[in-house]
Ligand binder design. Structure first.
Ligand SMILES: N[C@@H](CCC(=O)N[C@@H](CS)C(=O)NCC(=O)O)C(=O)O
Length: 179
């Protein structure tokens, strides 16, 4: 609550005392501040518009249902000791399947979600897709050729491999702490 008005994570405060919440805003801020090559060139307004389009698509059509599955299958089980609401899970799975049916077509013509370059938008997908695999729904990704190839392009990157190791360790610690 001190840093995030709605009491969520993540939220950061820099050494200079600048506080920011919402993961996508934090990622964009850090990528800009440290010049990570994960955003389209500022002056390329079409590439920036396509980035914004891909970012909005991920947030609304993917992260919403995928977040519901993560909450029902992981959050409820480990934080609250409650069973998943399978009606919510089924509806969310249908939304995600429909989302990746469309993404499968779009990824025939581009290598990454915002175009032909790897950007922050691709990174935004990774934690919740990882949760889909943990929950046993990895086939949603692997059964679609273009989506599966995109996923491999993302997770085969050395920096992403390092992030996945850290994510697995954090998840294991979360599970251990809740038992
Ligand atoms: N849209 C937010 C989502 C924040 C969010 O829901 N965080 C979860 C953890 S991933 C949380 O804090 N849950 C605890 C709660 O809702 O009380 C973001 O991307 O930062």
């Amino acid at each position: 609550m001190r840093r995030h008005p709605w009491g969520k994570i993540p939220a950061i405060t820099t050494a200079e005392g600048f506080t920011l919440y919402e993961s996508r805003a934090i990622c964009k801020y850090l990528a800009t501040k440290y010049s990570f090559p994960l955003l389209p060139p500022t002056l390329d307004i079409e590439a920036t518009a396509l980035f914004d389009q891909a970012q909005s698509t991920e947030l609304v059509y993917f992260a919403d249902p995928a977040g519901k599955i993560a909450f029902e299958k992981v959050g409820k089980k480990f934080m609250l000791g409650l069973p998943a609401d399978e009606v919510v899970v089924s509806a969310a799975l249908r939304s995600i399947e429909a989302f990746f049916d469309v993404a499968e077509g779009l990824l025939q013509n581009k290598a990454y979600m915002a175009g032909n370059d790897f950007t922050l938008v691709d990174i935004y997908y990774i934690p919740l897709i990882e949760r889909l695999f943990v929950c046993g729904y990895g086939d949603i990704i692997l059964s679609r050729d273009a989506v599966s190839a995109w996923w491999s392009r993302c997770v085969d990157r050395p920096a992403i491999q390092g992030m996945l190791v850290a994510d697995k360790e954090a998840f294991a610690a979360f599970v251990a702490a809740s038992q």
